[in-house]
Design a binder for this molecule. Structure first.
Ligand SMILES: [Zn+2]
Length: 236
């Protein structure tokens, strides 16, 4: 029997009233995964709905790496790659019953997990630049006129235009409304008398993961990420 006693849940006894059967497709995925690791799952239940909450993966040194679906996290647990956990238990998976001991296998998934493997240096490359992350970095404001806009009404403006040698990088881009972007055109700011209301910055990985997670970020996950935000972060 494989049991993962990372944390005891005192409120759960067998199949919780809050537990619901997961879909057949999900059952198949997790059954196949667990079978690969010599677990004989009999039935699987989840404690929580909706099943959209993601798990924050850290490297073994505690640097944030990525968001995981619970299926991927379960695989890491089953492979013994989860070295320590933080946060609350948010999913619980039941496997099969041991023929020899009669005990039932259990997999408890926590909201933050640290995995063995490569330690990510804090000097790693900047996170990928996307419009969604950029607009969220700039709080959905046009950094020229200061007005707030919906995501689909914003544009990525290059402070030094690409036609003038500007790079498509975090430090050379800001959110801008269409009107300000058109007004600026291919000019430099000093040529047209426009000014930035805030300076661009490169989000670190903790900020980036907070920016890109379209799912709800749990309070314990956000507290962990916020502790690693840069001093210039607008997310603080
Ligand atoms: Zn504007």
């Amino acid at each position: 029997m494989l049991t993962y006693p990372h944390r005891q849940c005192t409120t759960f006894h067998g199949v919780s009233r809050n537990s619901v059967p997961i879909s057949f497709a999900f059952c198949c995925r997790i059954v196949i995964t667990l079978r690969l690791y010599l677990i004989q799952p009999h039935s699987i239940t989840l404690l929580r709905l909706p099943m959209t909450e993601r798990i924050l993966r850290l490297d073994k040194a505690g640097a944030p790496v990525e968001w995981l679906d619970w299926q991927v996290a379960a695989t890491l647990y089953a492979r013994g790659l989860v070295t320590w956990t933080l946060g609350e238990e948010i999913y619980r998976l039941h496997g099969g019953t041991s023929r020899t001991t009669g005990a039932r296998s259990l997999l408890s998934l926590h909201s933050i997990i640290a995995c063995d493997g490569i330690t990510h240096s804090y000097k790693r490359p900047p996170p990928p630049l996307t419009n969604r992350a950029l607009f969220r970095r700039d709080k959905h404001l046009c950094l020229y006129c200061g007005k707030s806009f919906a995501e689909n009404a914003l544009t990525r403006d290059h402070i030094v235009p690409t036609s003038r040698g500007g790079k498509d990088r975090w430090l050379n881009v800001v959110s801008a409304c269409r009107r300000c972007n058109q007004r600026k055109g291919s000019h430099r700011l000093d040529e047209i008398g426009m000014e930035l209301l805030a300076l661009p910055y490169v989000p670190n990985m903790a900020e980036y993961l907070a920016l890109i997670n379209s799912h709800r970020i749990r309070g314990d996950q956000m507290a962990f990420l916020r502790s690693q935000f840069g001093k210039e972060s607008r997310l603080l």
